[in-house]
Design a protein around this ligand. Structure first.
Ligand SMILES: NC(=O)c1ccc[n+]([C@@H]2O[C@H](COP(=O)([O-])OP(=O)(O)OC[C@H]3O[C@@H](n4cnc5c(N)ncnc54)[C@H](O)[C@@H]3O)[C@@H](O)[C@H]2O)c1
Length: 312
């Protein structure tokens, strides 16, 4: 298959590109390198450095005529979306519409879209949260991800462009940047390795910090492989179903680093942050034959050795 991966120089996108190439697919990467980097791009992929909001991307899709577009390029930071909702909407909504129009005219058969289960669930009490839970949108990032899902449905019923939405929990693993709240694993690792303090955003009733569902990137790649042939016109949660507090993550990393004395500094809550989050992935289990098979300790160990190899 010929697959165009947007955001293929970023953390999740580049890992997906590797797994598609390993499975024998012909892969095109589109990325403006705003947060991704050239070293992440598989040498067997064709690379175009363009913005998904530009007219150039329309020409590329027209010329390359991929069977599938896997869309991972995005403004992915919740705090940034709170500070600048226009920037967030331009990249996440206008950029997507630009791709969808181009996909329709180039007769692309399907688009796989990276959405966010944690952001869409907001502050729900139903944990682990299923896809059917009424979205509670408490950040511009959550709003643009949700609207994107609605546009995908519109393009499907109107133009027959198929889609699969993968709503990730918190993804971690090799190549993740130490920025934003999604990057808490590499942020803590870097801080511990450099003997720097780390900060914990807490609510009064949650002294161990917010909770998240951490899914390893290799497991996310498997969901993207399955979505090439399964799950048309459907939405799937991709997570482990386990709720882990941010301080638990810190302690696991601290233990692995064998540095004992570097306590977390507590800070007040952060605007737009979801308090608790874990996703129920039974639907992906059934229809995509997918499950998260990497344990948290195993995933953190592999991420740590990747980071250590970069530090040397
Ligand atoms: N990391 C997570 O835990 C997580 C959770 C849920 C959903 N997601 C979604 O998964 C996707 C990938 O996230 P990631 O963590 O790999 O982030 P990332 O920042 O590493 O990757 C995003 C990539 O998109 C590129 N990009 C950004 N704006 C672009 C534009 N206008 N045109 C072309 N390229 C552009 C960046 O350069 C980068 O390479 C995003 O859509 C994100 O919202 C991530």
């Amino acid at each position: 298959m010929k697959i165009l991966v947007t955001g293929g120089a970023g953390f999740i996108g580049s890992n997906i590109v590797d797994s598609y190439i390993e499975a024998g697919h012909d892969v095109i990467v589109v990325d403006d390198l705003s947060s991704g980097c050239i070293e992440n791009i598989n040498s067997k992929a064709r690379f175009y450095q363009v913005d998904i909001q530009s007219t150039e991307i329309v020409k590329i899709i027209e010329e390359e005529r991929p069977n599938i577009i896997n869309h991972h390029a995005a403004q992915k930071s919740v705090p940034k979306s709170v500070d600048d909702p226009i920037l967030d909407a331009n990249i996440n909504v206008i950029g997507l519409l630009n791709l969808l129009n181009a996909a329709v005219s180039a007769q692309v058969s399907k688009i796989i879209f990276a959405s966010s289960g944690g952001a869409l669930s907001g502050n729900t009490d139903v944990i682990p949260t299923s896809e059917n839970c009424e979205p509670s949108l408490i950040s511009p990032y959550a709003i643009t991800k949700y609207i994107s899902e609605k546009y995908l449905h519109f393009y499907q019923i109107t133009y027959g462009l198929n889609y699969t939405v993968l709503r990730y929990s918190n993804v971690y693993g090799p190549r993740q940047n130490a920025d934003g709240e999604c990057g808490v694993v590499p942020i803590f690792m870097n801080n511990i390795l450099n003997n720097n303090q780390s900060y914990l955003f807490t609510y009064e009733d949650m002294p161990l910090g917010t909770t998240r569902d951490y899914v390893y990137v290799a497991d996310v790649c498997k969901a993207n492989i399955s979505a090439l042939e399964n799950g048309d016109n459907n939405i799937f949660n991709i997570g482990t179903g386990k709720e882990i507090s941010i301080s638990e993550i810190y302690n696991i990393i601290l233990d692995m680093s064998s540095r004992s004395e570097l306590p977390l500094i507590r800070k007040a809550e952060r605007k737009g942050d979801v308090r608790r989050s874990a996703l129920c992935s039974k639907k992906a289990n059934k229809d995509l034959k997918w499950e998260a098979s990497t344990s948290l300790h195993q995933g953190i160990r592999e991420t740590f050795s990747f980071l250590l190899s970069k530090h040397r």
